[in-house]
Design a protein around this ligand. Structure first.
Ligand code: FMN
Ligand code: 173
Length: 389
């Protein structure tokens, strides 16, 4: 291997010899406050917010913080390799960018800038259905970067089929089907400000550019944008779906399918029985079920239920390299990163997202090395202890 992700550490110090310091903090947990300061409370409030009182988002952090790494010594960690195989692809590190919709509220370059950053660092980008830019344009921005498509399963079959067809044609190799958002949750922070970006048309680009979606409109989008938005609201999700419906996706998508938002081990078993390839153990960053189990606490039981039938990925609450280490030790193959890269985007566009990826992976590389591990597949449950509660 040419170098280590940890080399970013000395790159920063060496740049410092000319007086330069990083444009953004290297402690990624500080980005939210900085973003709020620089971008204002509106958009950042939407991103930072979660369901109910925010207790699930807090629990996500607590469940990671409560677990502590027990480092091992003298294990020759000179030659480290952070690459892992995920869904049949060799990734340079156990990381992908999570699907986050409506990114134009954070930065005018929105999803294409985040996607370019991911591609530049070799990290997969999961594009949201609720993107502010059509999926074809994001694909073009990424060149040969690895791209995965997140599906909010549209109520109309023809729109669903059209999305799958377009995603395949644009080179998205895996499908992430988000199950935890058949309805938007009760989000007091947004309710109190009566702020929902997609009612202003933000995050509708994939829909408004879709021939099957447009076929359901009485007038073209530009002639009656409000009607188009209301059509989107009715189309965007479908609380009527159940497990047998997955057969439709299996028939219409010939690549890997990952179910995002699985927390119960029985749901992992159902996913495997339905011929799915993986699950993301996630509570949507605490944005959906207030009071739900913390994602890290749900992970071990899902890993056990999945056995070798499913690839298990993880998100919700990851802020640092040691968080990634802990998720790997609990059995995740790789993690998705949410809010931190969104703040990086808001603060410094593509460069901000690259900064976030490089900081996180440098810290992960160092955490692995300093704990006696040369590979992300090496840590296991025995490398963690839990703080007494
Ligand atoms: C502003 C925002 C928008 C999101 N939009 C989507 C989305 O369109 N599709 C989806 O599957 N998940 C969406 N998520 C959830 C993320 O994919 C991910 O599960 C979550 O952010 C992980 O938690 P973290 O932010 O604590 O890392 C969104 C999250 C945020 C913060
Ligand atoms: O806000 C979210 O968590 C989310 O998933 C979403 C849903 C619809 C449009 C944009 C984002």
């Amino acid at each position: 291997m040419a170098g280590h992700w940890a080399d970013f550490q000395y790159e920063i110090y060496l740049n410092g010899m000319t007086g330069a310091v990083p444009r953004l903090p290297t402690d990624l947990s500080r980005l939210e406050e900085l973003a709020e300061h620089r971008l204002g409370p509106g958009p950042v409030g939407y991103v930072a917010g979660s369901a109910g009182t925010g207790s699930t988002a807090d629990a996500n952090r607590a469940a990671l913080d409560r677990r502590r790494i027990v480092p091992r010594m003298l294990r020759d960690v000179r030659e480290r390799d952070l690459s892992v195989e995920v869904l049949g692809r060799a990734l340079p590190a156990p990381l992908a960018l999570a699907p986050v919709g409506v990114l134009s509220i954070m930065h005018p370059e929105a999803e294409p800038a985040a996607a370019r950053a991911a591609a530049a660092q070799g990290v997969p980008y999961v594009l949201s259905s609720a993107s502010s830019t059509p999926m074809e344009q994001v694909a073009e921005a990424m060149g040969d970067g690895e791209r995965w498509f997140q599906l909010y399963w549209p109520k109309d079959r023809e729109v669903a089929r059209s999305f799958l067809h377009r995603a395949k044609a644009a080179g998205y190799s895996a499908l992430f089907v988000t199950l935890d958002t058949p309805l938007l949750s009760w989000r007091p922070r947004d309710l109190d400000r009566a702020y929902l970006p997609f009612l202003h048309g933000v995050g509708t680009a994939n829909y408004f550019s879709d021939p099957a979606f447009r076929a359901g409109l009485a007038k073209p989008v530009h002639e009656d944008p409000n009607a188009a938005v209301m059509h989107f609201v009715g189309m965007f999700s479908d609380p009527g779906k159940s497990w047998p419906d997955l057969a439709f996706l299996r028939e219409n998508w010939d690549g890997p399918i990952v179910l995002k938002g699985v927390l119960h081990p029985d749901d992992a078993r159902l996913a495997a029985d339905a011929g799915m390839d993986g699950v993301v153990v996630s509570n949507h960053g605490g944005r959906q079920v207030a009071g739900s189990v913390a994602a890290a606490d749900a992970l071990p039981r899902v890993v056990e239920a999945a056995g070798d039938r499913l690839t298990v990925l993880f998100d919700s609450g990851v802020r640092t390299g040691d968080d990634v280490f802990k998720a790997l030790a609990l059995g995740a193959r790789a993690v998705l990163l949410g809010r931190p890269y969104v703040y990086g985007l808001g603060l410094d566009g593509q460069a901000g997202v690259e900064h976030v990826i490089r900081c996180l992976l440098a810290e992960l590389d160092l955490t692995l090395a300093l704990s006696g591990h040369a590979s992300p597949r090496s840590p296991g449950p025995a490398d963690l202890v839990e703080d007494p509660v």
